[in-house]
Design a protein around this ligand. Structure first.
Ligand code: HSE
Length: 293
């Protein structure tokens, strides 16, 4: 085989208190086609600034072929992505996952999904977006002796995810620079307890429990000033009965609800709360991880 197209879901990392650990795949997709050629690199379908050898799909593609100790030849890569770039919805992880899976399929499927996760996690540093992008659904991951260990958690089928996507990007590196190196013990305890209850609430479909548990002290308090309208939007969403968190490092904000009317209520009120005109994307959980299409 010399040509393959890979579909990878968007992902939301953290889910409030599950900083760098929890993640969930959502129903927005990146499609990446890889066609092996004799020589050269050609990347299309993205901004010109992403068409060089540092393109994440290409770097992951090369990392997998190198790990197989095979020769990297030429490749044409075409990217067709619905995932907004730099918004905290896993657009970078989707490219890494596509590159790794594309290379593995083109070279005879010699590596397992865990093997591909190991390689991409070594490049990205934390598995919270990568794991749900590979496996689909709701995941929690830890890194043990340098290697990611992931489990899937059950999710109630009636959750709806509304992503509020601002009209500006936020670099994850910048959003990590504002985080303190050390935290009070009480904040660590808060996040361990709240994180465990977030997973149970998501399984049970218990909206009230989710709203209460989905409160973070490790990253959102330090990042909120970088996100226009965060305080007012968080208060509105919680007052309307839904759970609220940042999606990944932001700036996208995520509402999780079982209320079919939440979108309509937000559409009426959001424009008065934020100058950044967040676009409301109604999404659902994607249980299928990255795959060949
Ligand atoms: N968990 C990361 C962060 C985002 O919040 O900085 C994506 O891996």
């Amino acid at each position: 085989m010399s040509k393959v197209t890979i579909r990878v879901p968007a992902t939301t990392a953290n889910l409030g208190p599950g900083f760098d650990a929890f993640g969930c795949a959502l129903s927005l997709y990146t499609y990446v086609t890889f066609e092996e050629t004799e020589a050269g690199l050609e990347i299309t379908g993205c901004d010109e600034s992403f068409t060089g050898p540092d393109n994440l799909a290409y770097t992951a593609y090369c990392a997998v072929i190198s790990s197989l100790q095979e020769e990297i030849r030429g490749v044409k890569i075409h990217i067709d992505s619905q995932i907004p770039v730099g918004r905290g919805l896993g657009s970078s992880a989707a490219l890494l996952v596509a590159g790794a899976l594309g290379a593995n399929i083109l070279r005879g499927n010699k590596l397992s999904t865990q093997g591909l996760l190991n390689i991409t996690n070594a490049m990205e540093g934390h598995p919270d977006n990568l794991a749900p992008a590979f496996y689909g659904g709701l995941t929690a991951s830890m890194v043990d002796k340098g290697l990611p260990v992931t489990v899937n958690f059950p999710l109630h089928p009636q959750w709806q995810f509304l992503a509020l996507v601002p009209d500006y990007p936020l670099s994850t590196a910048l959003a990590r620079e504002v985080l303190p190196g050390q935290i009070p013990r009480a904040d660590a305890v808060h996040n361990i307890a709240h994180g465990a209850l977030v997973l149970k609430a998501l399984e049970l479909g218990n909206e009230q429990l989710l709203r209460t548990a989905m409160q973070d002290r490790l990253h959102e308090p330090y990042r909120k000033n970088m996100i226009e309208g965060y305080e007012k939007i968080a208060a509105l969403v919680r007052n309307l009965g839904a759970a609220f968190c940042l999606s990944g490092a932001g700036p996208t904000m995520l509402c999780i609800t079982r209320d079919d009317t939440l979108r309509e209520k937000l559409e009426a009120k959001l424009p008065t709360l934020s100058q950044s005109h967040p676009q409301i994307l109604p999404l659902h959980v994607e249980f299928q991880g990255a795959c060949q299409v």
